[in-house]
Design a binder for this molecule. Structure first.
Ligand SMILES: Cc1cc2nc3c(=O)[nH]c(=O)nc-3n(C[C@H](O)[C@H](O)[C@H](O)COP(=O)(O)OP(=O)(O)OC[C@H]3O[C@@H](n4cnc5c(N)ncnc54)[C@H](O)[C@@H]3O)c2cc1C
Length: 392
């Protein structure tokens, strides 16, 4: 039924992605959800390479970064991976557990459709092609200026996510609005993203594009082990994506391309062999990669000077370079940083200084590691806000 211009909604959810849809699906009070894309859940529909890595068997606040380390804990404690699994089972939607406890659905669009269906079943009026331009407060109500006119609500939930993947609808709305409402944001940066190499290494990485190796990455005190992938621009792959959460511009990273082998010791033991280092090492590492990485240091072991042997070992066990940048928001799975969580109640996600205002999902300064943690945070934060909204 059409609402009159002065109608006041109990709640308006801004953003029809993972968090916004799940919040709408999780309480029964009639509400409105506004999404500027022609469809809801676009990012969910492509997540996990089309299979939606919706959660992980083991989730705790240790899987997240953010200025306030323990903020996510109460919401995560109240919404467990098992809760989402139960939902899928109720709907007869198959899922499977893959390596490192990652939980995947059969099809990501099926999850997006489930969220929208559940939201509608729980009294949500969903309006797509509705861009929210600005939010202000007046007489204890929120005034929401949209591309289709002004709406009013007693509560609003900002679930517009971060800056990653603008082609799927990402916008800076959450951060701009926070500042306009007098809230602080932490520094934003692309994360879960590949790193770009400067010209001196880019040529070598480009030659190796497509080759994947098991490696160990160190950034400051942080250590990550897993597959890396050479790309035309630099380096990517799961271990690099995870490491990008901890990398800051200007910082160098150290890569051990052969974490299972002490290369210096191995080459010393074989120093009388009349074959090149790359041939000696080919049983342990992709030969094309080792040749390119050693470059002029790939000499016959029996001819190698001490310095050459040391440099060769250094390149493989302690390779160090300073990326020029990440591959940017167009490729980043998430935005690290966000609206500062110190301003919100960790149990309800309601703003401490502006009652009735909720922030959920990626817009907040809570960023998960690769492995289903970001979608899990979207569900857990949405469920926490929904529990609070159901009581108001
Ligand atoms: C390619 C890709 C794959 C991913 N795969 C996974 C995965 O498998 N597992 C995992 O855990 N995480 C994954 N992620 C991360 C995860 O999808 C996000 O962290 C999660 O979707 C965040 O949920 P959200 O609801 O906060 O934001 P989003 O899902 O981004 O939703 C925000 C919504 O708000 C809308 N919006 C923005 N501005 C406005 C405005 N002004 N007015 C109205 N609407 C607006 C957007 O169009 C969007 O629909 C992936 C990310 C990408 C980019």
């Amino acid at each position: 039924m059409a609402k009159s211009a002065d109608f006041v909604w109990h709640s308006i959810i801004i953003g029809g992605g993972a968090a916004g849809l799940f919040c709408a699906a999780s309480y029964r009070t009639p509400k409105l959800l506004l999404e500027h894309n022609p469809r809801t859940g676009l990012k969910v529909s492509v997540s996990g390479g089309g299979k939606c890595n919706f959660s992980n068997t083991s989730v705790s606040e240790r899987n997240y970064i953010g200025r306030h380390k323990h903020f996510a804990q109460p919401a995560l404690a109240a919404w467990k991976p098992q809760d989402f699994i139960r939902l899928l089972e109720e709907e007869h939607i198959p899922f499977e557990e893959k390596e490192n406890g990652q939980l995947f659905a059969r099809s990501a669009p099926e999850i997006a459709a489930l969220l929208e269906r559940r939201a509608r079943q729980n009294n949500t009026d969903i309006r797509c092609n509705s861009e929210v331009l600005q939010v202000s407060t007046e007489n204890h109500l929120f005034h929401i200026q949209t591309s289709q006119g002004i709406l009013r609500a007693a509560h609003i939930v900002i679930a517009t996510g971060g800056l990653s993947y603008p082609e799927l609808g990402a916008s800076g709305f959450a951060f701009r609005t926070a500042r306009e409402l007098g809230l602080q944001c932490t520094t934003l940066r692309p994360a879960l993203v590949g790193l770009r190499a400067a010209a001196n290494w880019r040529g070598i990485f480009r030659q190796l594009a497509g080759i994947s190796l098991e490696a160990e990455i160190r950034i400051g005190k942080h250590k990550e082990r897993g597959p890396i992938l050479f790309t035309h621009e630099g380096i990517s792959g799961p271990a690099i994506l995870q490491s990008s959460l901890y990398w800051r511009e200007g910082e160098s990273i150290q890569i051990n391309f052969l974490p299972v082998l002490d290369v210096r010791k191995f080459l010393q033991e074989n120093k009388n062999q009349p074959v090149c280092f790359s041939k000696l090492l080919s049983a342990h590492i992709n030969v094309k990669a080792v040749k390119a990485l050693l470059a002029e240091y790939d000499v016959r072991a029996c001819d190698a000077k001490r310095n050459t042997l040391q440099e060769a070992a250094q390149r493989l066990n302690y390779f160090s370079f300073t990326p020029i940048s990440t591959a940017g928001y167009t490729r980043a799975e998430v935005t690290a940083g966000g609206v500062d969580t110190a301003q919100f109640c960790p149990h309800t996600l309601e703003c401490k200084t502006l009652p009735g205002l909720f922030y959920i999902g990626e817009a907040l300064d809570v960023t998960g590691r690769l492995g289903g943690y970001n979608l899990h945070w979207a569900w857990a934060s949405a469920a926490a806000a929904a529990r609070a909204l159901a009581k108001q």
